[in-house]
Design a protein around this ligand. Structure first.
Ligand code: AMP
Ligand code: MG
Length: 308
C-alpha cells in the first residue's frame, strides 16, 4: 500500500477532517506487525539522507503540523533517529518574538529553510499564521485570508530553487487528545510538557479544525503536497510518515557524485605510501587488486592489451 497516494491531498479538493478516521491503521493490527517494515524504511532513510548530503543538489523541507498532543515531537524523534545529525536539523516555531513580529511573518521561516544537501524539519511553521493567528484573531481576517496565496507562492519559489517540500498534518481526534493529556498528567517524564493552554486551546477545537481544513484544502500542490496522517496510533503514524519520506526521496533519483580525483592515480599514491611504510618495492604490490567492484581494469587513457 502506498500511503503517498492514499494520504496526499489532491490539489483543489475540499478536506473534511470529520470524515477522516484518525484511528485508521491499514492492514496492521499492532506495533509488532509494523516493526519489520518500519525498520526497513528507517534503514532506507539513512541511506537516502547520506546520498542527499553527498550529492549536494536537492534539499528537503518537512513541515509538521498537528493539534496539541498530536505527536509532532514523537514523529521527529522517530524520523530523525534514522538520520545523520550532520545534514539535518529541526526548527521549532513558537510564539513570535518582538523582533520576529517586527518583520513579515515569513521572515523567520525563510531563513531556516534547508540548504542544498540538507533536510530540515519544521516543528510548527508558517502555517501557524493561518491557524493560531486566525483562531485567536491575532491579525484581521483581511490579512490572514491573503496568506494562503502568499504561502503558496513562497513554497513555489522554494520548490523552484531545488527544495522538495512535504507537509504532514498528524490527525488525532478529540478523545485521543484527552487521552494523551491524561498520559502527560500521569507519567512523570511527560509532566514537563503540560501547559495551561492545553486545556484553554481545547475549547477552540472546532475553530482549529476549520482553520486546518482551509489550510489543507488551499495549500496542497504537487510541488508542496499536504498529507493527512491518521495519527491516533503512533506506530502507524511513524510507518506512514517514513514510507512517504522514502518514496519522496527515491523519486528524486539522486546519485553519488563521481569522485573529483582520478582514483587510479590516488590508488597508486596510496600503494606507494604502503610500500614505503613496509619497506617493500612498489612493484611488489598489485594495484589492480583493490579496485572497487565493477571498476577493475578501468584506467583512464591506458588500455590493457589482451594476452594472446
Ligand atoms: P509548542 O510547539 O508546543 O512548544 O508551542 C509553541 C506555541 O507557539 C504554540 O502554542 C503555537 O500556537 C505558538 N505559535 C507558533 N507560531 C505562532 C505564531 N506565528 N503566532 C502565534 N503563536 C504561535
Ligand atoms: Mg505543545
Amino acid at each position: 500500500m502506498s500511503y503517498t497516494n492514499e494520504f496526499r491531498i489532491k490539489t483543489g479538493s475540499k478536506v473534511n477532517l470529520g470524515k477522516i478516521d484518525a484511528g485508521y491503521h491499514g492492514a496492521f493490527e499492532n506495533e509488532e506487525a509494523v516493526s519489520a517494515e518500519l525498520n526497513n524504511y528507517s534503514q532506507r532513510l539513512t541511506e537516502l539522507q547520506a546520498l542527499m548530503y553527498a550529492e549536494n543538489k536537492h534539499s528537503l523541507l518537512i513541515v509538521l503540523q498537528a493539534m496539541d498532543g498530536g505527536g509532532k515531537d514523537g514523529t521527529i524523534h522517530h524520523v530523525m533517529a534514522a538520520m545523520n545529525p550532520q545534514g539535518c536539523s529541526v526548527v521549532g516555531f513558537k510564539v513570535p518574538t518582538a523582533e520576529e513580529l517586527a518583520h513579515d511573518y515569513l521572515w523567520r521561516i525563510h531563513k531556516m529553510t534547508p540548504a542544498k544537501g540538507h533536510i530540515t524539519v519544521f516543528n510548527r511553521s508558517h502555517y501557524e499564521d493561518v491557524l493560531v493567528v486566525r483562531v485567536h484573531s491575532l491579525v484581521s481576517k483581511e490579512i490572514w485570508s491573503k496568506r494562503y496565496n502568499e504561502i503558496n507562492e513562497f513554497e513555489r519559489e522554494l520548490a523552484n530553487s531545488g527544495t522538495t517540500i512535504v507537509k504532514f498534518f498528524l490527525h488525532i481526534d478529540k478523545e485521543e487528545q484527552l487521552k494523551r493529556f491524561h498520559d502527560r498528567l500521569n507519567e512523570p517524564d511527560k509532566q514537563w510538557k503540560i501547559t495551561d493552554s492545553d486545556y484553554t486551546e481545547r475549547e477552540y477545537w472546532d475553530e482549529y479544525q476549520r482553520a486546518y481544513m482551509d489550510a489543507l484544502s488551499k495549500c496542497s500542490f504537487n510541488y508542496a503536497p499536504w498529507y493527512i496522517i491518521p495519527a491516533n496510533h503512533k506506530w502507524f503514524r511513524d510507518l506512514a510518515v517514513s514510507q512517504i519520506l522514502v518514496e519522496t526521496l527515491e523519486g528524486l533519483k539522486m546519485k553519488y557524485p563521481e569522485p573529483s580525483v582520478d582514483l587510479v592515480t590516488i590508488r597508486q599514491l596510496y600503494h606507494n605510501e604502503v610500500a614505503e611504510e613496509q619497506g617493500i618495492p612498489h612493484a611488489a604490490l598489485n594495484v589492480e587488486e583493490e579496485q572497487p567492484k565493477g571498476k577493475k581494469g578501468k584506467r583512464k587513457g591506458k588500455k590493457k592489451k589482451k594476452k594472446k
